[in-house]
Design a binder for this molecule. Structure first.
Ligand code: GUN
Length: 293
């Protein structure tokens, strides 16, 4: 039987620290970290994610603003909204909820976000910093995964980490972050031949494919650390991950549940990045003030 990695509990502890630091920042400088979340269209899953992000901001004492735009918003208008948010002094972090409607070029939009406010860590410069091992804003889901794996107490160094999924949001950055912790990393994807041959050798298995129950018991090594990034609905409409929990749990050494695993940590890392951005801007403003005096 696996030990459950309680993402909810770990997230709650970290959010308490963030709330404390936020209070101290407000008392010292009068600054409140501010996050703007931009959502285009009315995808119900995206709306839920955005609501959860705004609620989490409120709970730790941040200012948050949801900019909700209709599905037919032009790319030009969206870029204008981002340009305005880039300039606003009360906004430290900007997040554009993905996916965007098909007529909008995602890369162009992300590229418009100021890297100093890119709390998702998706801009090319921040993604590049993850690649070279000195992240400014680590992307939230991969950063949360690293915290969850570290919370097990296992030593990542020398372990074989297999990542299933190669998205820019999760698969690629988490592979880089594992590599920087001296894991031996294999990235598998939809074209991988003999997937089971790879997954069954993983000491650490990260499933980020977006298919309900995709990782079955026979694909997992005895005692492995299994991180389930998936948020899917099964045929009965029940929330479930990419891992077939019933089959994998008896074999794994550690496993994250869905819900209550990666999800709460993703939002927590977003809060941390937003606080870091606010601390950076506060310091910069202080430097300018001192120079003037
Ligand atoms: N859509 C799914 N996950 C994410 C995320 O981490 N950030 C953003 N901006 N959109 C997402």
């Amino acid at each position: 039987m696996a030990i459950l990695i309680d993402g909810k509990e770990l997230a709650a502890r970290k959010r308490e620290e963030i709330a404390k630091e936020t209070k101290e920042l407000a008392e010292k400088t009068g600054t409140t970290p501010g996050l703007a979340v931009v959502i285009v269209g009315d995808d119900p899953a995206s709306q839920t994610y955005v609501r959860n992000k705004a609620k989490a901001c409120e709970e730790v004492g941040f200012y948050s603003e949801v900019v909700s735009l209709p599905a037919n918003t032009s790319q030009r208008d969206l870029l204008k909204v981002i340009a305005e948010l880039n300039e606003r002094i009360d906004i430290d972090g900007i997040l554009v909820q993905l996916p965007l409607p098909k007529h909008i070029n995602e890369k162009a939009v992300i590229g418009k976000i100021s890297p100093k406010k890119d709390v998702d860590g998706f801009t090319p410069s921040n993604a590049g910093k993850v690649l070279i091992g000195s992240p400014k804003f680590a992307p939230c889901t991969p950063a949360g995964i690293m915290e969850l794996v570290k919370s097990t107490g296992i030593n990542i160094e020398g372990k074989h980490c297999v990542v299933v999924g190669r998205s820019n949001i999760v698969g690629k950055p988490v592979a880089m972050m594992m590599l920087h912790e001296n894991a031996t990393v294999t990235v598998c994807h939809s074209h991988t031949a003999n997937l089971k041959g790879f997954t069954s050798k993983a000491d650490i298995l990260i499933a980020a494919v977006g298919k309900a129950g995709f990782i079955t018991g026979d694909m997992v090594k005895e005692g492995a650390v299994v991180i389930d990034v998936g948020i899917n609905r099964n045929d009965e409409g029940k929330l479930c991950g990419d891992v077939n929990f019933e089959q994998v749990e008896p074999k794994a050494g550690f496993i994250t549940p869905v819900p209550g695993g990666v999800g709460p940590m993703t939002i927590t890392m977003l809060l941390k990045n937003t606080l870091d951005a606010a601390l950076y801007f506060t310091e910069e403003r202080e430097k300018i003030r001192k120079k003037k005096n």
